[in-house]
Design a protein around this ligand. Sequence first.
Ligand SMILES: *[C@@H]1O[C@H](CO)[C@@H](O)[C@H](O)[C@H]1NC(C)=O
Length: 497
Amino acid sequence: MAPKSHSLLGSFPAIGVAVSLLLLLFVNPISCGGHDYQDALRKSILFFEGQRSGRLPPDQRVKWRRDSALHDGFSVGKDLTGGYYDAGDNIKFGFPMAFTTTLLSWGIIDFGRNMGPELKNAVKAVKWATDYLLKVTTVPGVVFVQVGDAYSDHNCWERPEDMDTIRTVYKIDGSHPGSDVAGETAAALAAASIVFRSREPAYSRLLLDRAVRVFEFADTHRGAYSSSLHSAVCPFYCDVNGYQDELLWGAAWLHKASRRRQYREYIVKNEVVLHAGDTINEFGWDNKHAGINVLISKEVLMGKADYFESFKRNADDFICSLLPGISHPQVHYSPGGLIFKAGGSNMQHVTSLSFLLLAYSNYLSHANKVVPCGETTASPALLKQLAQRQVDYILGDNPMRMSYMVGYGERYPQRIHHRGSSLPSVQAHPAHIGCKAGSRYFLSPNPNPNVHVGAVVGGPNVSDAFPDSRPFFQESEPTTYINAPLVGLLAYFSAHS
Ligand SMILES: *[C@@H]1O[C@H](CO)[C@@H](O)[C@H](O)[C@H]1NC(C)=O
């Protein structure tokens, strides 16, 4: 089962308390000493190899995986092999895959210089996605947005290598629009074009040209894919929040990647129409608002984009909403200090919001600015501290004293909700394991045989407790969009601590 996000409407922050004082109460009481961020960085990227679909390359490092889903797309006369499984199942959901790609790219753009020898692996992780996103956008006016029937898949506990579930191909087109998934796909292609700009100029141009075309399609044929493809994508990755944010998000990335005036004008013109100021405290595969505001604010902070001033106000308000211990808390923190939002798979919020804290902190530092929050201010150093505290919680500084990244530290989740990890590998058990034959592995109390190194799970509940049990998928399932923002965070802290 793929986790759903939950949209919580944020209200305007009213802060009248000295944040620095309150932070004293919030400083981590259970620190286990410094973390090996470099090791965690390497593992966070390695995780993506375990999520690969399609024909695996000779340099594949995750050896318990084999080729899978080699006929994806054939039913519609296309080669749609490759890409990533989103989580612990074997579906290729285009919407979260594109978001994952955008965030991995953003991490490389802002923190690639801190990645050292891992940079090349991070770039490969992006390319595994963009090669697929190029395949699904080959036909003008069409985007293939999902491969696999989620009900059929979720009814089985099967290795991807054994899959015999229904691999239906779902698409959007002019008469079945999906501005959400197409907008996010355009954002991903545009962001990745920046990653490849100097590394592979021809590939970068291909990505950017495709992003331009996909965005135009998304904008011309407006609508939500959760209407067009409701029974296929809901409740799995239903776009609850609407498609307007993805149009602005796509335009923001196209603006950054192409510097074309038309995207700047689009953003300014559509800011109100597309509700840029709504739900500014959210950021995830469904809701892009906080990300849009932080991304665009960089230009305001660099002093050359006054026409984007309102985005910076929204970004400032968002940042204020994350300060812990204020009198009107906007974001809930668990007793152990973890950002917590309802709806399951909480770590997705932790990593994506922390990424924005860190990215914004860097933009502020370069501009020598702070965030005004009512009677107090938040400095770039404070934002970095808050982000680091979240990362440290993930890595083990928490009441359970366990790392929520598989394979990092001494104690980590043993029974993650992940088909490939929990079933014996093809090497260990070459014979086919059928749909229902996998159930005994799902229900087994034993640890997963294949350690999915680098996988960060949904994480503890609101009381900092963690069941470490496969059926508790909201806590024990890893996803690509939990890890994607974490890569940039770990890169930064590996170079600055
Ligand atoms: C959190 O999980 C623990 C252990 O599984 C459980 O006892 C507790 O009731 C849960 N708390 C909430 C609020 O769900």
